[in-house]
Ligand binder design. Structure first.
Ligand SMILES: *[C@@H]1O[C@H](CO)[C@@H](O)[C@H](O)[C@H]1NC(C)=O
Ligand SMILES: *[C@@H]1O[C@H](CO)[C@@H](O)[C@H](O)[C@H]1NC(C)=O
Ligand SMILES: *[C@@H]1O[C@H](CO)[C@@H](O)[C@H](O)[C@H]1NC(C)=O
Ligand SMILES: *[C@@H]1O[C@H](CO)[C@@H](O)[C@H](O)[C@H]1NC(C)=O
Ligand SMILES: *[C@@H]1O[C@H](CO)[C@@H](O)[C@H](O)[C@H]1NC(C)=O
Length: 622
């Protein structure tokens, strides 16, 4: 019993702790954004309350020394970045991002540095030193892109060694290990090579999947800048995320990127303005890129048609031949929900200054919190359910424990239930038995009867009754008893057993065998009678020598007794009972040779005045 309670408690504590743990994992989700100098706002103007992680972009590579460096023009703003953004949100986490898109020479520098163990070591050492000296919490690698198998392999070496160095530095400095992330292509599959996914998953805290601009040469392709869904076309954020997960990048290490900018084109024909419409070139800026807040200004100042295309999970607007693909607030909400549904680590925006009135960032955070609240609600709902179920279980155990204390009958739950069952049966019996005297009946434990009958030994066997063997027994009190044991295989016997208990229990007459009690322990069904030392009438009547023991005086006495018994059964009890199986072997003789009718297995009961049996064979329920 006590151990059962302990199990319940253990189970509860475990469930509770795992719920808490899930909640604390969720707290690490990324609501990220990149910032770079001259992007339009200073770091101190970022509404950092809308973010959990901010990336400061970019530290540069010095190809001559293989070191990560912060150029003189950025030095002051980078050094102040963390304290600037933590003014509004002290818990915001900052990462120094290295490399970036820029021009091809950055990718070449990455390739060269990653190719040699010594240059990798210098790169890694300088990156850690730079992050620490400038107060960053982590480092972000932005190599766009390693385009050959060899470069991908070297990227793997670099990340692996980076992780080892970060762990070692944390151990020797006693500070929290720096976070490591990498901005990567939207899918692990480049045109002629694949990312080293296993090494990345093992070495990085997460990847920032650049799920935008995936058409590569945007100056030759219109279409959704950052489609989330793209039916019939395998270029979309969802395709990329699925491919990463399929390549065994854990979903909880993927952060989905979306743009706080759009791309503008000049349409060939103002009337043909859907996705993939022909165009003559990029518009508005040299590369067609436009910050989101510029698009909203443009829309408010021109007569513009805006289209949210739910098929692509993306938006565009046009005015004349100017056509702009971008992510609107609806797109951002959809993407945040998507990231949650796929179990991703979160989202990030490139770049925060694109949204300097913070509409998109707010939308993203609200969508994220909305989802989070829903999940929390679900968790708490389950927690409350769990606790309620536990209370019910404890209540039931308590009840059983209480009942068991009252009976002190048997060991184990089974015994308790049986005990309960027995009491219940007795209750039913009391209500339904002819004379409501079941309470006179004693319940016997199997063990008691086994001891009394010397383990039902053949020496104790008195004979074979209607439904099984009958044994002689002696109770610890010294009282002699006869035990009728229902053979387990007998179905017929079970009916008769019930019949007998129900009928005999209510009957009391000197000429009826008195039922003392019964036993229903352990599948056993037994009836316990007072013991008749002189056996049954047939024992004398049909025995050549013993029949002389019955003189006529005794025979008359016996006949009278049987008649009295029958009279009682049929006339003077509350019911009319027909024995239906009266024979010499069912007439027992007590020590004074007085007869007692026994074996009511076949008897039927009638209401007074009824001419036909209106009850079945079974008249009560046990
Ligand atoms: C950024 O800060 C500098 C110096 O405090 C200031 O001169 C400049 O105007 C600020 N830029 C923006 C966009 O607010
Ligand atoms: C590429 O960028 C680097 C600095 O990041 C600059 O020195 C170099 O001139 C640029 N090259 C081209 C071809 O624009
Ligand atoms: C970088 O290298 C220098 C010189 O070898 C060493 O003193 C320093 O501890 C290293 N720093 C890290 C972060 O490994
Ligand atoms: C991009 O497309 C334009 C127009 O088709 C073409 O001139 C240019 O060479 C392409 N650039 C790349 C890198 O493929
Ligand atoms: C989609 O993938 C197939 C190969 O699986 C490729 O041939 C096709 O060019 C891809 N479509 C696009 C739009 O990239």
């Amino acid at each position: 019993m006590a151990s059962n309670d302990n199990h319940v408690l253990l189970f509860l504590s475990f469930s509770f702790l795992s719920l808490l743990q899930i909640n604390s994992c969720m707290a690490q989700n990324v609501k990220g954004g990149y910032w770079f100098p001259d992007s339009g706002i200073n770091a101190s103007d970022i509404d950092s309350t809308l973010f959990t992680h901010l990336f400061c972009a970019f530290a540069d590579l010095d190809a001559s020394t293989n070191q990560v460096v912060i150029s003189r023009s950025k030095a002051r703003s980078f050094a102040a970045f963390t304290s600037d953004v933590q003014q509004k949100n002290p818990s915001v986490v900052t990462l120094l991002s290295i490399g970036g898109g820029g021009n091809g020479s950055i990718a070449d520098d990455f390739a060269s540095i990653a190719s040699q163990p010594s240059s990798r070591k210098t790169f890694i050492n300088s990156s850690i030193a730079l992050a620490r000296s400038n107060g960053f919490h982590g480092l972000d690698l932005d190599w766009q892109y390693p385009e050959t198998d060899e470069k991908m392999a070297n990227l793997g070496f670099l990340l692996h060694e980076w992780r080892a160095a970060v762990v070692a530095e944390s151990a020797s400095s006693g500070k929290d290990a720096l976070l490591l992330s990498a901005a990567v292509y939207y899918t692990p599959h480049m045109s002629s090579t694949d990312y080293p996914v296993a090494t990345m998953a093992a070495s990085l805290d997460w990847i920032n999947a650049m799920a935008y601009d995936f058409y590569g040469n945007w100056s030759s392709t219109t279409g959704p800048l950052a489609a989330l869904y793209n039916p019939g076309n395998n270029v979309s954020g969802d395709d990329g995320v699925s491919a990463w997960i399929q390549a065994n990048m854990p979903a909880e290490k993927i952060v989905l990127g979306f743009p706080f900018f759009g791309r503008a084109f000049t349409l060939t024909d103002a009337k043909n303005h859907g996705y993939f419409a022909p165009f003559t070139g990029v518009a508005i800026s040299p590369d067609g890129s436009i910050k989101y807040n510029w698009i909203t200004t443009y829309i408010s100042q021109n007569s513009v048609t805006t289209v949210h295309d739910s098929k692509f999970g993306s938006a565009y607007c046009y005015s004349g031949t100017t056509w702009i693909s971008y992510d609107d607030t609806q797109t951002i909400s959809t993407k945040v929900a998507y990231a949650r549904e796929r179990g991703l680590k979160g989202y990030y925006a490139w770049h925060v200054a694109g949204d300097d009135n913070w509409i998109l960032s707010q939308t993203a955070r609200e969508a994220s919190e909305d989802q989070q609240h829903k999940r929390w609600f679900r968790r708490w709902f389950w927690l409350v359910m769990l606790i309620s179920i536990a209370i019910v279980i404890l209540f039931i155990f308590g009840l059983i424990y209480y009942l068991r204390r009252r009976t002190l009958q048997s060991e184990g739950i089974l015994g308790v239930i049986k005990g309960f069952n027995r009491r219940f049966k007795a209750m039913v019996h009391k209500v339904e038995s002819p004379e409501s005297s079941a309470s006179n009946l004693q319940t016997f434990r199997y063990a008691t009867l086994r001891a009394a009958t010397n383990n039902f030994s053949s020496e104790n066997k008195l004979g074979e009754g209607g439904f099984g063997p009958v044994y002689k027994g002696k109770l610890p009190t010294g009282q002699d008893i006869a035990v009728k044991r229902l053979s387990k295989t007998s179905n017929q016997g079970l009916e008769e057993f019930k019949n007998e208990v129900v009928l005999t229990a209510g009957l009391q007459h000197v000429n009826l065998a008195r039922l003392l009690g019964f036993c229903t322990d352990r599948e056993e069904k037994m009836l316990i009678y007072e013991y008749m030392p002189n056996g049954s009438l047939d024992f004398y009547l049909f025995d050549p020598t013993r029949k002389y023991l019955l003189d006529w005086e005794k025979r008359v006495q016996i006949i009278e007794g049987i008649t009295q018994g029958l009279l009682y059964l049929q006339e003077y009890s509350n019911f009319t009972i027909i024995h239906r199986d009266l024979k010499a072997s069912n007439v027992l003789l007590d020590k004074d040779m007085k007869p007692k009718i026994s074996d009511f297995g076949m008897a039927r009961i009638f209401r007074k005045g009824d001419l036909e049996a209106n009850t079945g064979r079974i008249v009560g329920t046990l």
